[in-house]
Design a protein around this ligand. Structure first.
Ligand SMILES: NC(=O)c1ccc[n+]([C@@H]2O[C@H](COP(=O)([O-])OP(=O)(O)OC[C@H]3O[C@@H](n4cnc5c(N)ncnc54)[C@H](O)[C@@H]3O)[C@@H](O)[C@H]2O)c1
Ligand SMILES: [Zn+2]
Length: 683
């Protein structure tokens, strides 16, 4: 237990600290700590105050809305105070909330659940159907009159149409910046910074996150600049003097009919369990929304019951926010390391002080390229950085807490030499990446080429693992993919952790890869820009590696979907002596370097699918979708696009849509697996 003295000093400390964070957050649009950390400190303060009521300060952040009015705009007193919301982070908190409500109004009530849009609260006043005022929340009692800025939002109606419009009323909503606009603005800043950097001028600061960007934009003096920021707004509340609307849900519907932008994501929930379902759904899907959300807002539906429940000084008792676990945290940059890929592209990776983010421990974040490091983020050694988890697996750094940078910290400069082989790096015109051009001797590039060659979509030698490749390279047994075909069991037995069984398995895996069709071999040799699909196109057009090697730039671009960049890369590839040696030795080892020519015996191909119609759906292991269609046609079958009663077969691959499957089943169309189809055409 704390002594009273300890409690007092902690309460003082927290009060000052949180008031300072509020000041930065609401006045400067800066987040010095994460929202989650802020909320935890606030909770600590509120718990301490509860057990020591006499120590509570009059300026406590637990008692008031965090913002304030500014001097830049006229001040407006709100007709109805604009409050904050109570917070919760887990189901228990929500059950407590539900219990409190039951105690006050009994069991007969419903909730409306909405998304908690992450922007800034605004209040709009309409008089005789005309927008007359747009005001910020300010300190909750008074706000800034930002009407000209609010008018730049295209989805806010300036004049209302419809029935039953009250003579005077207020709507509340969240002004926000979409994720797309946020990235666009940051890209603009980034390209301006390239010029500023060239001119030796001070760089512009990138926007830290959409919320702070929206808040900063609403407070700008020049509304034409605000207009360029393409702000938007979702409305979620109606306030009027007449009691004409019975429920919150009805109010949302009414607002929509009057032309307000109401997000369709809200739902009525008749129990706290249904609320949990709503939360779980959006926890998985909120990344798909065009704007950021930081939680869910749960409100008692009946406006009469809302009035019965009332409010505290800071927030309504009939509503609560549930916040998603943090997906944006701040941590320290420890160092930047560089990785060299198969193509020689060097990618920087940030090593971070490990931190919990959305349920996982994060130690690394991708940094993309030199421009990202030096210009967009302007990273310095030991910077505190904001890390965010988007859809990708590797989190990314979204911004830097510039205020916390240590004096004299050095700017981070992208390396000039390859970290693996020390060759000078080069920048290719029109590309953001820097490359190590020592492709034949730079170890990670050599290794990357072999890994590319043996992957499933290429030669599919799954008995060869990364560590084995390392060992084979170290012992000089393998330098190019062609060397794989000369490996002997005896050589393999020399390797660490290799027994007779694994050695045999590897050799037979390599042997089997000789049956892999030409297009996959072509993909496997790893010509730049020749991915699996391009390889297939080239293979089916040129039929053999010999024809392809003789093809000119013009021959190549004459092929469907082959552009100049690919053509140039192919032509250059075959100019290299070492590549020709590789091809020759693959040929000698007996790999498939031409399409098995079935045309010659075309007459002999049984048209065993003649008169049958097929729909092809999903992803296949042995064919591309087009390849499979060709196969059907070759055997006399007909490929159609939609499933009907007349259809004979559906060939179903991986990821076939469930609705298609359902339809086929309903119409009694026979569904074939890839294997079954292959069985049909086997002669
Ligand atoms: N990182 C920091 O330094 C820092 C500092 C201060 C505050 N904060 C964050 O801000 C929070 C406090 O801000 P607050 O007082 O604005 O409370 P809040 O953001 O937790 O909740 C109230 C606000 O939610 C918004 N909202 C979004 N969708 C809504 C909907 N459908 N219905 C109703 N309201 C909706 C409204 O703007 C409303 O004013 C803190 O909990 C903290 O997370 C962070
Ligand atoms: Zn290198």
């Amino acid at each position: 237990m704390m002594t009273e003295q300890e409690a007092k000093s902690r309460i003082d400390e927290l009060t000052d600290q949180l008031n300072h964070y509020n000041y930065l957050y609401y006045q400067k649009d800066e987040s010095a700590i994460s929202d989650y950390d802020f909320d935890m400190l606030l909770k600590e303060l509120s718990d301490l105050e509860e057990s020591n009521p006499s120590l509570k300060r009059t300026d406590s952040p637990t008692q008031r809305v965090g913002g304030a009015v500014t001097k830049e705009f006229p001040t407006v007193t709100h007709r109805y105070p604009m409050l904050s919301l109570g917070n919760s982070y887990n189901q228990d908190d929500l059950r407590d909330f539900d219990e409190r409500i039951r105690k006050d109004i009994g069991d007969n009530f419903e909730y409306i659940c909405e998304l908690k849009f992450d922007g800034v609260a605004i209040s709009l006043t309409y008089e005789n159907g005309i927008l007359t005022k747009g005001v910020t929340r300010g300190d909750g009692v008074q706000g800034d009159d930002i009407t000209p800025n609010v008018r730049t939002i295209k989805t806010i109606p300036l004049k209302l149409f419809g029935d039953n419009i009250p003579p005077v009323f207020e709507v509340r909503g969240e002004g926000f910046m979409s994720k797309e606009t946020f990235s666009r603005l940051n890209e603009e800043i980034s390209s301006k910074n390239i010029e500023l950097e060239k001119a030796g001028k001070a760089l512009l600061k990138p926007l830290a996150n959409p919320r702070n960007a929206a808040s900063g934009s609403f407070k700008m003096q020049d509304s034409s600049v605000v207009a360029h920021r393409s702000l938007d707004c979702y409305l979620y509340g109606f306030l009027g003097d007449e009691e004409t609307i019975p429920t919150h849900g009805a109010a949302l519907e009414q607002l929509k009919t009057w032309g307000f932008n109401v997000s369709d994501t809200w739902r009525k929930c008749d129990s706290i369990e249904a609320v949990f379902e709503f939360i779980n759904h959006w926890a998985d899907h909120r990344q798909e929304l065009p704007l950021e959300t930081d939680g869910i807002v749960i409100k008692v539906n009946s406006l009469k019951q809302q009035r019965l429940l009332g409010t505290t000084a800071k927030s309504p008792k009939w509503a609560i926010a549930y916040k998603f676990p943090a997906e944006n945290v701040k941590t320290r940059l420890l160092s930047v390391s560089y990785q060299v890929g198969r193509t020689g592209a060097v990618t920087p990776v940030a090593n971070l002080e490990s931190v919990q983010l959305a349920g996982t421990t994060v130690k690394r974040a991708s940094l993309h390229n030199a421009q990202e490091i030096e210009i967009r983020l302007d990273l310095h050694e030991n910077d505190m950085v904001y890390v965010e988890k988007g859809g990708e697996i590797i989190p990314k750094i979204t911004g830097v807490a510039v205020g916390e940078r240590k004096d004299g910290a050095q700017k981070i400069q992208f390396i000039e030499n390859c970290p693996a082989c020390n060759s000078p790096l080069v920048q290719i015109e029109g590309e953001a990446a820097r490359y190590c051009k020592n492709e034949k001797a730079c170890p990670p590039q050599v290794k990357g080429k072999i890994e590319h060659f043996i992957q499933r979509k290429a030669l599919n030698v799954d008995s060869l693992g990364k560590e084995t490749i390392d060992q084979l390279m170290e012992r000089g047994l393998v330098r190019t993919p062609a060397d794989l075909y000369n490996l002997t069991i005896d050589q393999l037995l020399e390797l660490d952790r290799f027994g007779q069984k694994s050695a045999e398995k590897l050799v037979s895996g390599v042997e089997e890869s000789k049956n892999v069709p030409f297009e996959r071999v072509l993909f496997g040799i790893g010509i730049r820009f020749v991915g699996a699909t391009v390889a297939e196109k080239l293979a089916s057009h040129f039929k053999s590696i010999d024809n392809l090697m003789q093809a000119s730039h013009d021959d190549l671009i004459a092929v469907d979907e082959i552009g100049g960049r690919i053509a140039e890369s192919v032509v250059n590839y075959f100019k290299d002596e070492d590549h020709l040696t590789l091809i020759n030795s693959l040929k000698e080892s007996g790999l498939q370097l031409e399409i098995e020519e079935k045309e010659a015996s075309n007459e002999a191909v049984d048209l065993m699918l003649e008169g049958k119609s097929f729909v092809v759906s999903g992803v296949f292991e042995n064919f591309s979708r087009d390849g499979l269609k060709d196969e059907i046609k070759k055997f006399g079958g007909k490929v159609v696009s939609s499933i009907s009663k007349k259809l004979d077969f559906v060939v179903a691959g991986d990821k076939m849509g469930p609705s298609k499957r359902e339809k086929a089943e309903k119409l009694g169309v026979q569904i074939l697996t890839e294997q079954e189809f292959m069985g049909m055409i086997k002669s």
